[in-house]
Design a protein around this ligand. Structure first.
Ligand SMILES: Nc1ncnc2c1ncn2[C@@H]1O[C@H](COP(=O)(O)OP(=O)(O)OP(=O)(O)O)[C@@H](O)[C@H]1O
Ligand SMILES: [Mg+2]
Length: 472
């Protein structure tokens, strides 16, 4: 497109902090003529206030300030906006201060009188490394373009996510149910050098233990009764890419040991195989559970926790970012109106207000379900307050089509029977009052392997300290 070339890099916004008004004016002039948008403030306190209003891409601060000094400001910024680069300027450039600041992660440290050229270089470097522009409504970046948000909380999180995406560090995503953990995992994958390789998500809580093991690591033909062919595990399928271990807090302890071994050795051994296969997989795990608590009660292994949790990213609840609600609601409405073939002209202002004020214990997923409900029931293009109130009152249920609901029910029903009967098809068929042929056909339809529901999981999982008690 012709207009992108004329649009050079968007002008970065810098926040400059100095109590010396002349110095401040001079800096603002220099930086302004170098093409930056500059906001100037006279104290650390004012800087923090300004950060709540608008997010710069970089902070340049004097060290000596009345009240909080530049180092204290830096610490505060690190806490609130971990990816925001900070450059400190000081007239009292003592080496210990500089060393200490660098150790705490200030991007760089310049002594006054500063060299203008050096300052501009440092700023350019810091911006190149640092967060993407936080004017995220305009900066349409492919890696995160599914993630609708305008809140500072999310901007910070996304900036951090983008940075960690560049590395192979294991990431633990925390956050309440429906806050967008899986969505963020996909975005991290997309922003990573592994983007062209597979992204695979597996829900560790929804699959019975024996099945999960074979799903993750694979199995050889004959490894157990129903293993009629070799089966490639998800680790191998995700080779070169990213594996999301969702609901990791629900992974059975015996499997935690095996997972740890795979992560340490960077190799998997499929069930029934004597050979290990090297795998190169980036691990993202997600949980809504409190893993520290799970560790305290030995339900979650500490060594695995430290392996998985090199970097933690925590999704804020929807109530902590209400400014995102109107944006998300309109986004979902437009999408769903298209899906249902409805004409939509948005929400009535009071309707949008009611959505914004609601509690949202189920977070973004619940918002989606509510919007789906109003969209499906709406008879006019403009969604009314009454309709929204009704949807907010009814416990939010996901609106599945009849076919999808039936499919889901069938699968859960069959899994329940197989668990109950230890994978014995004859018993399960009897309980379901179906003949075996019919029952097998159902299992096939849902790709269920009865042998994996046997409660005695394959050898190798015994004698582990802290292993869970059997559940009978
Ligand atoms: N910022 C966002 N923009 C657009 N859609 C979002 C956003 N956050 C979440 N969603 C949507 O909300 C739903 C829930 O998100 P997701 O499945 O990623 O949540 P989760 O944290 O993994 O939830 P759970 O813990 O229940 O598994 C999905 O349909 C997702 O597409
Ligand atoms: Mg999820």
């Amino acid at each position: 497109m012709s207009d992108t070339s004329s649009l050079a890099a968007p002008r970065a916004r810098l926040l400059v902090v100095d109590d010396d008004a002349d110095m401040l004016r001079l800096l603002a002039m220099r930086l302004g003529s170098a093409g930056y948008q500059v906001t100037s403030v006279g104290s650390a306190e004012a800087a923090l206030g300004q950060l709540d209003i608008e997010r710069p891409q970089l902070v340049l601060s004097d060290v000596r300030l009345p009240g909080k000094d530049g180092l204290a400001l830096f610490d505060e910024i690190r806490k609130r906006h971990p990816s925001l680069p900070v450059i400190l300027l000081t007239a009292h450039g003592t080496i210990p201060d500089a060393v200490e600041a660098t150790a705490r992660g200030v991007f760089t440290y310049l002594t006054k009188p500063y060299d203008a050229k050096e300052l501009l270089e440092k700023i350019a470097q810091a911006l190149a490394l640092g967060a993407p522009a936080s004017d995220s409504t305009r900066v349409d970046e492919v890696w995160r373009n599914e993630i609708v948000s305008r809140s500072n909380r999310m901007a910070d999180l996304l900036a951090e996510a983008r940075m960690v995406a560049q590395s192979d560090a294991s990431v633990l995503l925390r956050g309440d149910s429906g806050t967008g953990k899986e969505m963020l995992a996909r975005a991290i994958h997309r922003a990573s050098p592994r983007a062209s390789r597979p992204f695979i998500a597996v829900n560790c809580g929804a699959i019975p233990e024996a099945l999960l093991e074979s799903e993750l690591f694979g199995h050889m033909k004959g490894a157990f009764t129903d293993a009629v062919a070799n089966h490639k595990g998800l680790f191998q399928a995700a080779d070169g890419g990213t594996l999301l271990l969702d609901e990791i807090g629900d992974m059975p302890p015996a499997l935690q040991v095996k997972l740890l071994r795979v992560l340490q050795e960077r190799a998997v051994r499929p069930l029934g195989s004597s050979q290990s296969l090297p795998v190169d997989v980036r691990i993202i795990s997600a949980t809504h559970r409190n893993l520290e608590e799970a560790m305290a009660t030995t339900q979650f292994r500490e060594d695995l926790y430290y392996r998985l949790n090199v970097v933690t990213l925590t999704l804020p609840t929807l109530a902590e970012r209400r400014e995102d609600i109107p944006l998300l609601a309109n986004h979902f409405l437009a999408k769903l109106a298209a899906k249902y073939g409805k004409r939509s002209s948005g929400f009535a202002p009071e309707a949008l207000k009611a959505l914004t004020m609601s509690a949202w214990p189920g977070n973004v997923r619940q918002l989606y379900n509510v919007v789906e409900q109003v969209c499906a029931l709406s008879t006019t293009p403009l969604v009314s307050l009454a309709l929204v109130q009704r949807a907010l009152r009814t416990p939010s249920v996901e609106v599945l089509s009849f076919a999808d609901a039936k499919q889901r029910f069938e699968r859960e029903y069959l899994v329940g029977l197989l668990k109950m009967t230890d994978g014995n098809v004859a018993d399960a068929a009897r309980l379901a009052q179906r003949n075996r042929t019919e029952f097998y056909r159902l299992l096939q339809k849902h790709a269920l392997t009865p042998g994996l529901f046997k409660s005695d999981s394959p050898p190798g999982s015994s004698g582990i300290p802290g292993d869970a008690v059997a559940d009978e």
